[in-house]
Design a binder for this molecule. Structure first.
Ligand SMILES: [Zn+2]
Length: 361
């Protein structure tokens, strides 16, 4: 299986291997366009059923968990039964240049999820063209989120999150949004006891340049998936499994079809916890400075060097009131000698000979 960071070549090799097991298609048969840096973008069609679902992943290049979940989904033993009555169109990586370089943006430094109307980038135009020609009944918009999100009302990391985006400024509860909410409610119901933390719900502020908002404005139910962080899952293997489960639940819910009760759906959807930026990767407590005890917020900055993903611990704040929790918490009262050993400057890498806090894969 692909690890959290993979080069685009590794992705293409994995895709080639999957196509081989499914039949005879070669990569060139499924190429649907090119990125800014002339890398191929692929579209996979699965199933021949009536209900059409468009799925794309990694429009942000440094969000790979859902791409790995899609591979797992395509290889799953129950794929045939999942595809009954369903036609899928999957773009497993929309942003190859960002994937190669582990950046959110594409090679022109544009956020493809803010380009839905302007369509300034080739990758945005490819997605729009597939949307227009495939004419989906549902869209699944797959992303990953940073390790900063917790529930609004307590000490719970948001391991996975979802959104039924608005289709207009008034955030009208349209039939399309109800259908998206119904999918999210099913995932929440079946996975809420399996997550480490909570399942979160994103804000539905409307922005027509976000792809999900645009598609909802065209009356196509669209679900935003966000693979998040919890505990020490920096490989994001556990959340990849949760995204795989979420995809299967989504497909099975879509199959069941119609919206039954608007108010039931809204009640359940609104009960899913809203999110707050309350987490850091590491919270270091009781650091003895000249002016007293301090709490240090440390966030990993992700850097790819020669094919290896490094998590570099950077001090992002001292006694910050908005940072309440750490995925890992270190109390320096338990390690009194370590106070002398930390080299601290805001926005710089934290260095320590004795605290073992760097990670790489
Ligand atoms: Zn994203």
């Amino acid at each position: 299986m692909l690890s959290r960071y993979f080069s685009y070549q590794q992705f293409e090799d994995a895709l080639k291997a999957i196509l081989k097991t499914m039949g005879q298609k070669s990569l060139s048969d499924i190429e649907i366009g090119k990125s800014v840096k002339d890398r191929s973008i692929y579209g996979i069609k699965l199933g021949t059923g009536k209900i059409k679902i468009l799925i794309w992943s990694q429009m942000h290049g440094n969000e790979s968990s859902t791409t790995r979940a899609l591979f797992k989904f395509i290889k799953s033993d129950d794929l045939d039964s999942l595809l009954r009555n369903i036609s899928l169109y999957i773009i497993p990586v929309l942003n190859p240049d960002g994937t190669e370089n582990w950046t959110r943006l594409n090679a022109n430094n544009v956020d493809l999820n803010r380009d839905a109307i302007d369509l300034t980038q080739p990758e945005s135009r490819i997605l729009r063209s597939v949307f227009d020609h495939f004419n989906p009944d549902y869209c699944l918009n797959l992303h990953g989120q940073r390790s900063i999100f917790g529930s609004l009302d307590g000490d719970q990391p948001a391991q996975i999150s979802f959104l039924a985006p608005a289709g207009d400024l008034e955030k009208t509860i349209s039939q399309a949004r109800l259908k998206s909410m119904q999918v999210i409610n099913a995932i929440h119901g079946q996975l809420k006891n399996k997550v480490n933390g909570v399942i979160g719900r994103y804000s539905d502020d409307f922005n027509i340049n976000c792809v999900g908002d645009y598609m909802t404005s065209k009356h196509v139910p669209t679900v935003l998936f966000e693979a998040g962080h919890s505990g020490d899952d920096y490989s994001r293997d556990r959340v990849t499994d949760l995204m795989y489960e979420s995809l299967k639940i989504a497909i099975n819910t879509i199959k069941k079809g119609a919206v039954i009760d608007k108010y039931d759906i809204l009640d359940v959807y609104n009960s899913i916890p809203r999110m707050n930026k309350s987490y850091v990767d590491i919270l270091i407590k009781n650091y003895q400075s000249i002016s007293g005890l301090k709490t240090l917020g440390v966030q990993y900055h992700e850097q790819v060097k020669e094919g290896v993903l490094y998590f570099v611990p950077v001090l992002i704040g001292i006694n910050r009131e908005d940072v309440l929790y750490g995925h890992r918490e270190i109390d320096l009262n338990d390690f009194l000698d370590y106070n002398n050993d930390l080299i601290l400057e805001e926005n710089l890498e934290i260095r320590s000979k004795s605290l073992d806090i760097g990670i790489f894969y």
